[in-house]
Design a protein around this ligand. Structure first.
Ligand code: DGJ
Length: 755
């Protein structure tokens, strides 16, 4: 891996042997891209890939040029990466190269989540300073190339240096757009993939050809949102899971964002990603800087699967952090769908006791344990136990749960305040809102103004008090509404455009303080399910609740879509009751488990309502999961049969040395007289044999085995080559008796035969 600079021609070449990212500084100082894709020889010049010379913008030659960080008012009329308003009201910004630095390693971004390295050998970084001389604005472009991934991480720092070339001295500059990255591509033969949806149906994969003009995804909700995730991919037509070129763009941020492509009139495509300029502005006093979040750009020639491999590896090991990053997560039971608000200590302990009997390791108490909260109308902000429900408080309950031999976890919604709360009575001004306007309530609650340090301090102290007292091993951090009436009393009128980003900085600060103070607590992020399931959250919480929809069939699509960018280890996935509470569907309990295994696994139900045979099944599920959980967490996840394209679905997970894999096949709707179904596997060793067993295992009489092990009725040996190139016959009676009915699932466990 290295970054080279050729002064003759001003060419930068970042390469790690997998990818090359090349751009140059033109004679007039503009930074313009030349190439991004499969690695090219670093020994050659590629300046001929751009215009021969770049003279100026008369008659808009800018239309034909590809920029590294496009600006406005200078003849480039496409979507910009940066816009400003100078003190005199003008808005031209025309940055040119001044200097650069190349070094090993990668620096953190102050106050913001970002990918990181554990040794300088893992990445090289290039910083390029561009200067708009008349205003004194310095734009530092950061590029880090990773040794082990086809990935470039980019972000930008904009500084008002206070040193101008002309007579004007701009004591204050106003940034109105500062994207994390902009990438100009030399053609338009792309399809745009996005993850769209709504509450309960997040991460729906959509794909459409690029059209002329601007198109993309965005949020102005104050959270990244369940409607559109801060991830897009460009894929060549015909690019599938395993072949073809694709580029992924992922933003390490949890607030308002925009990811946008513009296919221009001259055959090129510009992609920009960063904080949403809508509603954003930032005042830069002389000497002040603004750091953007990080955009992570991945490239693949092995289809969408190649993109996922890159993101999964990087995000699981170099974005997620802390004690739990490399540890198997406990199997948990969460009481939310089991009890909602209707519980007392006895009921909780009875759930915990039964769960412990069938092997659950962590009991999580969800919403409703504090203040006077018996429904969602009150008490957010009053983080003290409701002793009518929990006479011995949280610490008392936590100790009782621990005495059963389980760990204890607790739900908070740190950023919220109920109108009906002691906190609101004491500090009505702490809720976000514009003086003189009615605050919009959502789920009967307001949002705390996390731009204010004293409010973050207060919530830190309140949560810390509870975590310090009781043996709490896990925290679920929820966030159940979008932000309306954005305004902070702490910001002057000309700084209100900073509100949303400052809010996110407050959230990240609280996360940083809590995770530092309680390093061994496992944090799970949540926002009504997946409304803030993004790389920013992953930096603080190694897992997030992916969706409030726990139906196994819905989850196939949700987990499939999310897996484009996010590793299974990050996706909270629970077995819940049937009929399912979100869609009313009745599915076998083993199908629900066979989907949830491919995530941070747990249960979300009242075990008292399970039948004896379901309880037995749960015991077996947990034995099976514990046996394979390291593989589920760390294996290479490969998508096989797309649930968006039919009524079957399939995916698999392979351990790094390919000695074991687990393949899941889901038949959502039964078919009459089914034809043989073969699923072509991937990622195996073609030159060895694999012994195949199945789960859930059935004895020859058709009853469920009780050991939880995977001893096959008839064990089968197949070559890795056959399984990949001819396929696994998933309906083969060698594996199990023919299945009928809807919603069944089968797991195939493949073990390499070594002798
Ligand atoms: C929304 C979350 O997604 C649920 O899992 C649950 O924690 C509720 N909030 C509690 O109010």
């Amino acid at each position: 891996m290295n970054i080279t600079y050729t002064p003759d021609g001003g060419e930068f070449h970042l390469s790690n042997g997998i990818i090359s990212y090349i751009f140059r500084i033109y004679e007039n100082g503009y930074a313009g891209s030349l190439y991004f894709g499969k690695a090219l020889s670093p020994a050659r010049s590629y300046r001929h890939l751009g215009p021969r010379e770049f003279r100026g913008f008369s008659h808009s030659p800018g239309d034909f040029t590809r920029f590294e960080y496009p600006s406005t008012g200078n003849g480039d009329f496409r979507i910009p990466a940066i816009t400003v308003v100078h003190a005199d009201g003008s808005s031209v910004i025309d940055p040119v190269y001044r200097e650069h630095r190349i070094y090993s390693g990668k620096k953190p971004i102050p106050g913001l989540p970002a990918t990181y390295v554990e040794s300088d050998a893992e990445a090289d970084t290039l910083e390029v300073d561009l200067v708009d001389a008349p205003s004194g604005i310095v734009i530092t472009l950061f590029y880090s190339i990773f040794r082990d991934y086809p990935v470039i991480a980019r972000h930008v720092c904009v500084t008002n240096s206070g040193i101008t070339s002309g007579s004007a001295v701009y004591a204050c500059e106003t940034l109105t757009c500062a994207m994390s990255a902009s990438l100009d591509l030399p053609d338009q033969v792309w399809e745009l993939i996005e993850l769209t949806g709504a509450w309960g149906r997040e991460f729906q994969e959509e794909r459409r050809p690029l059209r002329h003009g601007a198109q993309g995804v965005a949020s102005v909700r104050g959270v990244s949102g369940s409607q559109q995730n801060p991830f897009i991919a460009l894929a060549r037509p015909g690019c599938d899971e395993r072949t073809g070129e694709a580029i992924g763009f992922s933003l390490v941020y949890s607030g308002n964002f925009r990811a946008e492509c513009e296919a221009d009139s001259f055959g090129m495509t510009r992609v920009r990603m960063g904080i949403n300029p809508a509603g954003f502005s930032w005042n830069l006093g002389s000497g002040e800087s603004f750091e953007t979040p990080e955009a992570v750009i991945a490239w693949s020639l092995s289809g969408l699967g190649g993109l996922s491999d890159a993101y999964h590896g990087l995000y699981r090991t170099r974005l997620a952090r802390g004690f739990w990053r490399d540890r198997d997560r406990p199997v948990l039971i969460n009481n939310w769908e089991g009890t909602y608000f209707d519980f007392n200590e006895d009921r909780l302990l009875s759930i915990a006791r039964t769960a412990k009997d069938f092997g659950v390791e962590l009991f999580v108490l969800d919403d409703g344990w504090f203040g006077k909260r018996n429904d969602d109308t009150s008490s957010l902000g009053d983080w003290a136990a409701n002793t009518a429900k929990l006479p011995d408080g949280i610490d008392g309950l936590a100790r009782k749960v621990e005495s059963l031999g389980m760990k204890f976890g607790l739900w908070f919604e740190p950023e919220m305040i109920s109108r009906e709360s002691e906190l609101f009575a004491a500090h009505p001004d702490w809720a976000v809102g514009v003086p003189g306007r009615t605050r919009t309530e959502a789920r009967h609650q307001y949002v705390l103004d996390f731009t204010r340090a004293e409010i973050v301090d207060h919530i830190f102290a309140a949560i810390s008090d509870i975590l310090k007292k009781g043996p709490v091993s896990y925290v679920k951090w929820d966030m159940n509404r979008n932000i309306t009436e954005p305004y902070s009393a702490s910001l002057s009128a000309d700084r209100q455009g900073e509100f949303f980003h400052r809010y996110m900085l407050g959230v990240y600060l609280l996360f940083e303080r809590l995770t530092s103070a309680f390093p061994e607590i496992l944090f799970e992020s949540c926002s009504s399910g997946g409304a803030r399931f993004d790389p920013g959250m992953l930096f603080y919480a190694p897992q997030g609740w992916l969706s409030d929809d726990s139906d196994a069939v819905e989850r196939l699509r949700i987990q499939w879509g999310a897996s484009l960018c996010y590793p299974p280890s990050s996706m909270g996935a629970h077995v819940s009751a049937s009929p399912n509470h979100q869609v009313g569907r009745v599915t076998p309990i083993d199908t629900r488990a066979a989907v949830a295994f491919f995530g941070a696994f747990g249960y979300e139900l009242d075990p008292a309502r399970l039948s004896q045979s379901e309880l037995e099944a749960v015991k077996i599920q947990i034995v099976f999961f514990k046996q394979h959980r390291t593989l589920f967490r760390t294996g290479r996840f490969i998508r096989l049969v797309n649930p968006y394209e039919g009524t079957d679905a399939s995916w698999m997970i392979v351990c790094p040395d390919r000695s074991r894999a687990i393949v899941a096949f889901y038949r959502v709707l039964a078919k009459p007289f089914p034809v043989a179904t073969r699923v072509k596997l991937a990622g195996l060793d073609a030159g060895v044999n694999y012994r195949i067993t199945t789960w859930p295992e059935r004895t020859p009489t058709g009853t469920t085995g009780s050991s939880g092990s995977t001893v096959a009725v008839e064990s089968v040996v197949r070559g890795g080559d056959e399984l990949m190139y001819s396929g696994l016959r998933v309906l083969d009676s060698a594996f199990f008796e023919p299945q009928t009915g809807d919603f069944w699932a089968k797991l195939f466990i493949l073990d390499m035969i070594t002798s």
